[in-house]
Design a protein around this ligand. Sequence first.
Ligand SMILES: [Zn+2]
Length: 183
Amino acid sequence: MASTPHERPAYLAVVHRFVNSLDLDPADWSDEIQNAGELTDWLRADCALPPGEHATEDDLRLALHLRTALRGLARANHGEPAEAGIEELARRCFARLPLQAVPGDVVLAPVGLSAVRAALAGIVAGYATAVAAGEWRRLRQCPGDECGWVFWDSSARANRRWCTMAVCGNRAKVRAFSRRNTT
Ligand SMILES: [Zn+2]
């Protein structure tokens, strides 16, 4: 009997898009957030940043650090400890994007932040909600060489390793095979 896929919760959609705003695939490299103007555009499109609000250089630095931290935490979702410095980086970013509980609501709200920072804090709220709900572990960064894509693992056992078995899984298998046969 085929099991139904475990669906990604709606609140994780924006977190997922944010971590994949950087695509490391050398054949198709792209980064949607390379300057403050692009961060503004991204937040406008994906986080409903109000018109007239613009990201500063400092916001850009914070956003890129946050993206690095969340990508690192998604990498650690394969069950290995996070790379050195990732948790500390995450802590520093989270400290600059404070959230507070709202009575009667499951959503964490930004505290005293500019519109841009509030949008970034919303991404942190999605992450925190996912951790609390036990869903964060399913957002994983592919460990494939030259990949780094973050995928949602909808498998029943939550044990998928590669973004696509056909591409990254096979590459790893071929490499392991050639290592075994050349030593
Ligand atoms: Zn991959």
